[in-house]
Design a protein around this ligand. Sequence first.
Ligand code: PXL
Length: 277
Amino acid sequence: MSYKKILTIQDISCVGQCSLTVALPILSACGMETCILPSAVLSTHTAGFTGFTFRDLTDDMPYIQRHWQKEGIAFDAIYTGYLGSTKQVGYVKDILDTMGKDECVRIVDPAFADNGKLYPIFDEVYVAAMKTLCPSADILVPNISEACFLANVEYKEEYDEEYINELLAKLSGLGCKTIVLTGVGYAKGKTGVVVYQDGKTEYYEHERIAKGCHGTGDVYASAFVGALLNGKSLFSAAKIAADYTVECIKRTQGDETHWYGVKFELALPYLMELIAK
Ligand code: PXL
């Protein structure tokens, strides 16, 4: 595989094992030059910690982009996650649309909701803005909550294949034809990922170890992008990311003090093995 240059845009949560502190090491381990554009700097993530600081970097973005353009910098892939403001979504759309090389792969993780609820800083206006990113994405990587908000579908804890298929059809109507939908479980003790492309779906089911482990969405998306850019097929990358995420949760289980994230570093050699196969 050629040496790829990827840009990832998401926040720096200084403590909490999510977003850039997860994406940067995982993508680097996957053998890519990983460039970052921090959307905001927080003292911790917002799920479970209280009193966190939040420095919005929206206004820096156009200046950073302009400098990169002056330097002739372009990317083989652009992967976006948790963003800092509604206004920022417009800047990120422009970066997706203009900063890629010809064959650039654009991956958007909406990263604004879980368990049917928006994360604290987001609202319906932000969701509406996120819809406008969909046509600029080659691949969307939402969880069910984000998919429901974007597609205007009622969130359900229990569902069948028909519900998921309708959700995916509506979501793809926003302009992104390839979707990797995470956290889809049809049976007790099971969860999985649905890969949707050109109206067809493939499903990978695996064990569900714990409910709502924090940061696993970012671990999953980063490993998926890493595997995909190492030449794995869409479905194979989705599977690798799922197996790696399960291993990260297993490595964390039993440590009550580690409630805020997963020990993804301990399982990086396993991810490397899966990618090398
Ligand atoms: O993992 C998603 C995420 C990223 N960044 C911040 C968050 C969250 C989820 O709550 O709070 C700051």
